[in-house]
Design a protein around this ligand. Structure first.
Ligand SMILES: Nc1ncnc2c1ncn2[C@@H]1O[C@H](COP(=O)(O)OP(=O)(O)O)[C@@H](O)[C@H]1O
Ligand SMILES: CC(=O)N[C@@H](CCC(=O)OP(=O)(O)O)C(=O)O
Length: 259
């Protein structure tokens, strides 16, 4: 039987709220067994880009990444956000190691093909080197991934953090029974985005298609759910969406997704 591995993605709104981030990291530190953290930081990148005079442009939840934006996101995701999270985890006695997809050649990507839109330096994941990542896991390190990948020719790419989490989950599910958690500031996938009590407890792919057609999901929730169902279809055992306590408290409301 495969061992269990928890992969947890934490979104940009929680990262912006120091109290919420600290509370989440405390929950994460107590999570038993092997674990991997993936973090976003889109909000921080937009904020710092604007202070540097770099304009941010998002289309369908993805950032148009020109050369200046790539510099900003490399500093913000790979440096500021990643290293602060790693330091906070070390303070909580988690032996965390921060990584981009270039480190140990962990996540390879190719430039997102230009169709109607040229996203610039945005990468679509081509390969996850789960065997290399597993060396860190087996040595009892906790990998902490940011939203950066590379092409093995020296080019870094910006890749949506929800996609990084689902691709890592797919790759590592060859070795582990993976539980994938998407943590954000709401209680789960909501029937009505303004009502935190309207959590959809269970959602199969048929219901997902109907609700999507009815316009229940907007903005970042659209790519998030696409990534979730992609992971489930590719063999990830369990996928949950909820607030930062979902990883340790199954008493409260959250959304469980299945085929
Ligand atoms: N039906 C829905 N249920 C919950 N959130 C939704 C829904 N539709 C749209 N959203 C929006 O999606 C956002 C989450 O996506 P995103 O901002 O990409 O998350 P993250 O912080 O994880 O990166 C929420 O903040 C919310 O405003
Ligand atoms: C290509 C692309 O859009 N990348 C994202 C990566 C960060 C991210 O996903 O952050 P959140 O999880 O906080 O939204 C971006 O630059 O915004």
């Amino acid at each position: 039987m495969k061992e269990k591995l928890s992969i947890v993605k934490i979104g940009g709104n929680v990262i912006e709220d120091q109290e919420a981030l600290n509370a989440f990291l405390k929950h994460f530190s107590k999570l038993e067994g092997h674990k991997v953290l993936v973090h976003g930081g889109g909000k921080r990148a937009t904020h710092i880009a604007s202070r540097l005079g770099v304009e941010s442009k998002m289309i369908d939840g993805r950032r148009i990444t020109d050369a200046d934006t790539l510099e900003v996101i490399t500093m913000v995701y790979g440096g500021l956000v990643n290293k602060n999270i790693v330091a906070k985890l070390q303070a909580l006695h988690v032996d965390a190691i921060g990584l981009t997809g270039a480190d140990i050649n962990s996540i390879l990507s190719v430039k997102r093909p230009v169709k109607a839109i040229d996203y610039g330096f945005v990468g679509d994941v081509k390969k996850v080197n789960y065997k290399s990542i597993n060396k860190l896991i087996k040595a009892n390190f906790t990998p902490v991934f940011c939203a950066i990948t590379h092409d093995k020719n020296g080019q870094l790419f910006n890749t949506n953090a929800d996609t990084i989490a689902s691709e890592l989950a797919i790759g590592l599910s060859k070795l582990y029974t993976v539980e994938l958690y998407y943590c954000f500031e709401k209680n789960g996938v909501l029937m009505s985005v303004d009502d935190d009590n309207s959590v959809i407890d269970y959602m199969d792919s048929g219901t997902y298609q109907v609700l999507k057609h009815d316009g229940v999901f907007h903005d970042g929730m659209l790519p998030k759910l696409e990534n979730c169902y992609h992971a489930i279809e590719q063999g990830v055992s369990r996928v949950f969406i909820g607030n930062p306590t979902v990883i340790s408290n199954k008493e409260q409301k959250f959304t469980t997704l299945f085929l």
